[in-house]
Design a protein around this ligand. Sequence first.
Ligand code: B12
Length: 283
Amino acid sequence: MEKDLRQIRPYGDHWNDGRIQVSFTLPLKASDQAREAARIYMEKLGLRSPLVAWMEPMGEGFSFFVGYGVAEPMIDATKISVPRPEFPILSRDALVDLVKKRFGRPLVLVGGTTGSDAHTVGIDAILSMKGIHGDKGLEYYPCFKVVNLRAQVSNEVLVQKVSHLKADAILVSKLVTQQDQHLEDLKDLVRMLKAEPHLPAYLLKIAGGPRIDHRIARSVGFDAGFGPGTKPSEVANYIVHELIKRREGNADGKDRMEGDASEATHKKRRPLLGWLGGGGEDS
Ligand code: B12
């Protein structure tokens, strides 16, 4: 059968039957009334033939439900575009050579997990030598000088470090998303970076975490966002290619940090630090 991807909905056991499973809690003690409330709620969600397949008490006065139903809406899968940063992927050696040729110094990267968030595994996977799934972290690239501040770093400290070290890129990890705290923290950081007078205009702001993607990162003023499954080599390539674009002034306007263009040009001419051989540094 030729599948028409312009009109699709969930697949249960035959094409476009719309069957879906939902799970949720209600602030009701498990009972026949609670089960009926769950069924009515699924109906209000627009599900046809709602069925409560599972009910379980969940703490005092709460119940957990698993339900099935038929969803009506269709989507056109041929019209979907996922914003993502575009960049070529070069080998580590090629990337190191490129940085040497284009910058003549290692690029300075400062990263950490911010606010009250104590999760370090994600940022370590990207920054530390060991990397993740056999893909070595950014410390493995001699073209980077990596400063990993680890977890629970305040935005103030992060900004100070970025300014003091004249960083080329800032890398922030966020895992805890309760009450959208991750977005608030990221927005605050962007505000503070904009207010800081001593930062290079081309500073790259990169966010990552399981609930972060490129669209979300852009919506809070970051340049790029990387979600689950990100490999350090992708981040390495993004950083180098994007910084080259910025130095050459052909990044699209939206990718630039706001600020005076002449100041940006001036800042771009900051003295080269010399080729240090790269590697990591703890703080
Ligand atoms: C390990 C873990 C912990 C450990 C952390 C140890 C450590 N040193 O990091 C401990 C036990 C300390 C912990 C504590 C807590 N945790 Co916890 N934790 C987890 C767990 C199980 C795994 C996270 C992890 O390490 N993933 C592995 C890494 C490799 O994946 P990753 O972070 O997604 O990173 C990848 C990408 O996202 C991306 N990436 C990530 N960061 C960055 C940054 C940049 C710049 C880039 C480019 C890419 C990038 O690249 C990485 C590699 O591919 C998750 C559940 C889960 N399965 O995800 C819960 C989870 C994150 N924890 C959670 C919670 C609630 C907590 C606590 C609040 C629990 C509590 N009540 O005390 C505390 C928080 C304390 C605090 N102040 O932050 C929730 C968060 C819910 C939410 N969305 O807000 C989760 C989702 C569990 C859950 N389902 O409820 N936790």
